[in-house]
Design a protein around this ligand. Structure first.
Ligand code: SF4
Length: 93
C-alpha cells in the first residue's frame, strides 16, 4: 500500500502549514534614534558641544566630547553636529 501523502499533511492544499510570515518575522518596531560618539576618533574640537549643548558635553579629562543625552534632543541640531563633526565620529541612528 502506498502512503497517502494527504494523511501526512503534505498533499494538495496542505503545503501552507506554516504560520503567517508576519508571525515569523514581525515587523521591526520603529526604534528611537540614539546618539553615540566614537570617542577614539574624536578630535576634541567641541563643535558638537557648541551646536547642541543639550546632547553633547566636553570631558575635560579625556579632552573629548561625550554624549549627555543618548536619546538626542533637537533632531536638527544633532544632525547638524553629525554633519559638522570633522572626524565623522558622531553616530545618530
Ligand atoms: S565635533 Fe566630532 S571631533 Fe569635534 S568634539 Fe564633537 S565628536 Fe569630537
Amino acid at each position: 500500500m502506498v502512503a497517502d501523502p494527504q494523511h501526512f499533511g503534505y498533499g494538495a492544499g496542505h503545503y501552507n502549514t506554516h504560520p503567517p510570515k508576519a508571525a515569523i518575522f514581525p515587523r521591526r518596531t520603529k526604534m528611537a534614534k540614539q546618539v553615540e560618539i566614537n570617542q577614539g576618533d574624536c578630535l576634541g574640537c567641541e563643535t558638537c558641544v557648541e551646536l547642541c549643548p543639550d546632547v553633547f558635553g566636553f570631558n575635560e579629562d579625556l579632552g573629548k566630547a561625550e554624549v549627555l543625552k543618548a536619546e538626542g534632543g533637537d533632531e536638527k541640531a544633532v544632525e547638524e553636529a553629525v554633519a559638522s563633526c570633522p572626524a565623522g565620529c558622531i553616530i545618530f541612528e
